[in-house]
Design a protein around this ligand. Sequence first.
Ligand SMILES: [Zn+2]
Length: 315
Amino acid sequence: MRRRTVTGGGLALGLMAGVGGCEMRHRSALGALPSAPRNPAPRSFDLASGLRLHAIQTGWVAVKRPHRAFAGPDALALPAIALSASWTEWLPVRAWAIEHPEGVIVVDTGETARIVNDSDYAACNAASGWFYGSNLRFAVRPEDEVGPQLGLLGIDPARVLTVAMTHLHSDHMGGMGWFPEARFLVSAADAGGHPGALLCRIPDRARVEGVRHDGPARDAFAASHALTSDGAIVLVPTPGHTPGHQSVLVQANGRSWLIAGDAAFDLAQIEAGTQAGIVADRAAARDTLTALGRQRTEHGTVILPTHDDAALGRI
Ligand SMILES: [Zn+2]
């Protein structure tokens, strides 16, 4: 079940209502950012016999520096982001596809060019629209979207039946319209919405299913939910960034990879235990960073955050 109501949540609607219009009008004065690099072609990796991972970049995003890392009190995180004129470098916005003998599983759907070309796109949710418009910069062309890029790989998105969603922020759900036949597997905790979820842009016909992590513990993770009968691909809970954020763990031939969504920006954040500025549940986020670190050091898992430019070099 999916609610279509707007959820402003932790994005502090009151604050936004006060400054949103001004910020929107003056966004070009918020600090210089060089043009984004050209979006790279998809890259493919053979993980094991019959198991192939495709990394699909759907454009670039830049965030304010306090968004990536913020050490102050919770209540000051959003003001710090809003007032900052300092941007990160351009970060990749990735989706993934896993070819398995039981079919293709897509993980996240990346961003849509509409976030750049259509000023009303994110404004369908007043609170989120302000945040997306003033505190994030995107560079996405229509050909960068997940549908055309899957086509380059010889995968027809209209035939994909399973899409695992780490969560429902715009840069993860912007390509949902490319998958008319898919079930979208969102954690039960996030399926009805979470702070910053762009529910108003979920296609009307999309089949969103709330998934419970009702399977056994896997390594550093307290529970799991199998996506394939051989157990090679499972959802695991990685809450904090959103209340029900989930990741996809792939295990084969004694090796493993974790498609980690926004559970962390990069390995440095995991190693230092640095909190991001946009976090729905700080205690859960701290525990998740600890679990990611354990998974990496104790099980040798390759951690693959959505926005980590160095991630593909580790596969
Ligand atoms: Zn996110």
